[in-house]
Each structure stands twice: as structure tokens, then as C-alpha cells.
Design a protein around this ligand. Sequence first.
Ligand SMILES: Nc1ncnc2c1ncn2[C@@H]1O[C@H](COP(=O)(O)OP(=O)(O)O)[C@@H](O)[C@H]1O
Ligand SMILES: [Mg+2]
Length: 205
Amino acid sequence: MRGRFITVEGIDGAGKSSQIAHIVELLRSRGLEVVSTREPGGTRLGERLRELLLHEPMNLETEALLMFAARREHVAQVIEPALARGAWVVCDRFSDATFAYQGGGRGLDLHKIAQLEDWVHGKLQPDLTLVFDLEPEVAAGRLARAGNAPDKFEREQTGFFARVRAAYQARAANDPKRVRLVDADRLPHAIRDDVEALVRGLLQS
Ligand SMILES: Nc1ncnc2c1ncn2[C@@H]1O[C@H](COP(=O)(O)OP(=O)(O)O)[C@@H](O)[C@H]1O
Ligand SMILES: [Mg+2]
């Protein structure tokens, strides 16, 4: 039986990495093979492209094209083979992030992004997408407390993240069955309960 594809989205500092660990644990406790991966990245080439994408200034369309180049490699080398052998794939960001960051955040024409999406993963869509939703100011405070050196995206102002957040909300409104908003401005265990309920729903479907 084909595996399932879960993607986790939200602005930087929303709590994605923290909750992904719980999702992976929950699925493995059910005896499932789980591939936990991320974008941009997930392959050797993709991780090299990630370095460029997170640190090198570039034209907006170049940024979108490199995102989808890394994604093509990831889908072909990792995601499709895993799903085909029955593994579950949990991915930290996928194409919704390109619509939200390069589209919503930076203003790239959404139709161009949709064309690249169709080219790179025409028939493949996540079975479930969790969007961790919270105020950019709260996310920025978390990142500041964590104290890691910010990348090119994390250095953006709150106005940018407000547009990214709104774009994610619009994706959820347009495809409410697949894209589920999770209130991320709560204690981790409360968020975890909601996340587990959504993943259990997928396990039972
Ligand atoms: N629910 C939460 N409340 C407060 N702080 C959190 C919460 N979830 C995560 N954090 C902290 O916020 C920071 C960013 O979380 P992280 O999971 O790395 O976010 P993301 O992967 O979405 O960028 C980390 O220092 C993490 O410990
Ligand atoms: Mg993270």
C-alpha cells in the first residue's frame, strides 16, 4: 500500500521542527516506516541548493526556480520512492511554502508558481498539510530567544511575515480538506494534542 505524505508549514519560529519530532514518534510507534525530511533540501544536491537559497542574495524568480529545482530532485529521489514502498513522509515545508514566501511574502505572480508546481509534481500533493499559525511578533520573539544566527528569510521584517502568514491562511481557506491551520500560539503540549488528532484522522482514513 502506498504511504502518506504530510507537510508542515508556517513562518520561521512557528514551532514546526518541535512538532515534527512528535509526529514522527507517533507514526513510528504504530510500526510505520517514516521518512522525515525538509525543504529546501532533503537530498545532497538539495542541501547544496538550500545553502544558496538561505544565504545568497538573488533575483526573486531565480529563488523560485531554485526552490523548485531542489524540490524536483527531492520528489524524484526521496519522496516518490518512499511513498511507493509504503513509507510515510513527513516534510518540513513543501510547495505551499513557495506560494507563501515567494508569492505572498515577495509578490511573485502565483500563476507562475502554479506552473512550476504542475511541472515539478503535477499529480503529487500532500495528503495533509499542517500550517502552524501565529503572530509574526511572537515567532520573532521565539527566534530571538533561541539566539541562532538568522538566515536571509529570518532577517525579514514582520511585514514580510504578516504577508507570508496571510498567504498560508488563504491556502487553508482554498483547500480546507488538505490544509489545516493549527493555532501555534499556545503551550507545546496543547499544540501537540491538535496535531496528533489530525494525524490520527489520516491514520484512520
Ligand atoms: N509552543 C511553543 N511555545 C513557545 N516556544 C516554542 C513553542 N514551540 C517551539 N518553541 C521554541 O521556538 C523556537 C522555534 O521553534 P522551531 O520548532 O524551531 O520553529 P520552526 O521550525 O517553525 O522555525 C525554538 O527555540 C523552540 O524551542
Ligand atoms: Mg524549523
